[in-house]
Design a protein around this ligand. Structure first.
Ligand SMILES: O=C(O)c1ccccc1N[C@@H]1O[C@H](COP(=O)(O)O)[C@@H](O)[C@H]1O
Length: 232
């Protein structure tokens, strides 16, 4: 993924046909199915296969896993047939490459950010992962490593090499996504708990508000970049 690609908006942790349909109707570019057993958004591979059938050809289907082996990832892909793998654990660049080879799919690697030093990891995964997702680090003692609805300090990203494209997640919601896009200038955005009314319970109205707000802010960002390029 580069800064030149269209701006993907991903709605993660969908688990019902109704909320999936709402994400599709809103125009989400990617939807995430969560396979972390401790998550309130967990879906079984069988249930996920049904949801994936509903979504296939209408959006990008992303399978979110945490510290899977290449063999586990390949077995999941056989059942669910997603378009992308999202790796949200402590996978090393070598493990990312192994999962990519075992599944034959593009891989999005999530990296937790709490301090400027955490951004050093981005360069290590660039060129190995097909997309980088910057997310807030989970609270200490959290039962699962993402989906806590907390943002990190967006100003940290100002220190990152602008050539290293990334998507943004962590505590985004319909009210703050516009500001987040303006400050961070990501290549795309991802949300889970910010479009819920309770952990694991997606809200159809919030899904469409989020996509609308993110799309408008991405357009404003693109217009601004074109204007600056014209002035150069
Ligand atoms: O959402 C979860 O339960 C989850 C569990 C394990 C790993 C990642 C998870 N979610 C991902 O976390 C980010 C941020 O979520 P939020 O918007 O702050 O709730 C997002 O990428 C989710 O895909």
């Amino acid at each position: 993924m580069t800064h030149g690609d269209a701006f993907p908006i991903k709605i993660c942790g969908l688990s019902t046909p109704e909320t999936l349909e709402a994400a599709l109707a809103a125009g989400a570019d990617m939807i995430g199915l969560n396979f972390h057993p401790k998550s309130p958004r967990y879906v079984t591979p069988q249930r996920a296969a049904e949801l994936a059938d509903q979504a296939r050809g209408r959006t990008g289907i992303v399978a979110l896993v945490v510290d899977y082996t290449p063999e586990q990832a390949a077995e999941l892909v056989r059942i669910v047939r997603p378009d992308w793998m999202q790796l949200h654990g402590k996978e090393t660049p070598e493990q990312v490459a192994a999962i990519k080879a075992a599944t034959g799919l593009p891989v999005m690697k999530a990296l937790g950010v709490a301090t400027a030093a955490d951004l050093d990891q981005v360069a290590l995964y660039h060129g190995v992962a097909d997309a980088i997702l910057l997310d807030a680090k989970p609270p200490k003692d959290a039962a699962y490593p993402g989906g806590h609805g907390k943002p990190f300090d967006w100003n940290l990203v100002a220190g990152l090499d602008p050539a290293l494209a990334f998507m943004l997640s962590g505590g985004l919601d319909p009210a703050n996504v516009s500001q987040a896009i303006g400050v961070v200038r990501p290549a795309g955005v991802d949300v889970s708990s910010g479009v819920e009314r309770a952990p694991g319970v997606k809200d159809i109205g919030r899904i469409s508000e989020f996509v609308r707000a993110a799309r408008a802010a991405a357009k404003a960002l693109n217009d601004d970049q074109l204007k600056k390029a014209g002035q150069a």
